[in-house]
Write a protein that binds this ligand. Structure first.
Ligand SMILES: [Zn+2]
Length: 179
């Protein structure tokens, strides 16, 4: 069981805190100021809880009045491999970040599509590639999520040209790397 920050930006700030421990004085203050100017909103860390009875790799569990948690099945996670499991966890973070549990204006299928796209824009490249390969071969197919190849296409469309500093490989290179 461990907690993890919700957004990639939060992870950077977390790193900056340990960085500040080593770099002090004026340079440290300048770096701290730099990090503090990032458009980061305070978010509670989201708990990840292992549950071997979970019928899927990962899922969001939300009880009214409580913060949502991410459940994951460590056995299925191990079978899937760390990279694919990581993509699934990002997908669940997407559901939470997009507040899908509160929304009734879009369908379940649209929520799944949004969560895939959210993950495709934020997960490490290795995880996106693992998911792309898995989905391309028909894995991950469910009535809610859509068929695997459709999900794979979503991932390559998820590249945000304005976000390439964080994701150096645009969609065309993603295909080249995955094939
Ligand atoms: Zn989902």
């Amino acid at each position: 069981m461990r907690a993890k920050s919700l957004e990639g930006t939060s992870l950077i700030v977390t790193r900056s805190k340990s960085f500040k421990l080593r770099i002090t004085g004026l340079l440290g203050q300048l770096l701290a100021g730099l990090f503090l100017t990032l458009p980061v909103t305070a978010k509670s860390p989201i708990e990840e809880i292992a549950d071997t009875s979970l019928p899927d790799i990962a899922a969001v569990h939300h009880e009214p009045g409580k913060s949502p948690v991410i459940l994951y099945n460590p056995i299925l996670c191990k079978q899937a491999g760390p990279a694919l499991c990581e993509f699934y966890r990002y997908h669940e973070y997407g559901h939470i970040a997009l507040r899908h549990h509160e929304r009734t204006d879009i369908t379940v299928q649209q929520k799944e599509e949004e969560a895939d796209r959210w993950a495709a824009q934020r997960a490490p490249l290795r995880s996106i590639l693992a998911a792309w390969k898995f989905f391309s071969s028909g894995g991950g197919t469910t009535p809610m999520h859509g068929d695997g190849p459709t999900r794979a296409a979503r991932l390559s469309k998820g590249w945000d040209p304005g976000n390439l500093s964080r994701h150096p490989a645009p969609g065309t290179r993603l295909y080249a790397l995955a094939l």
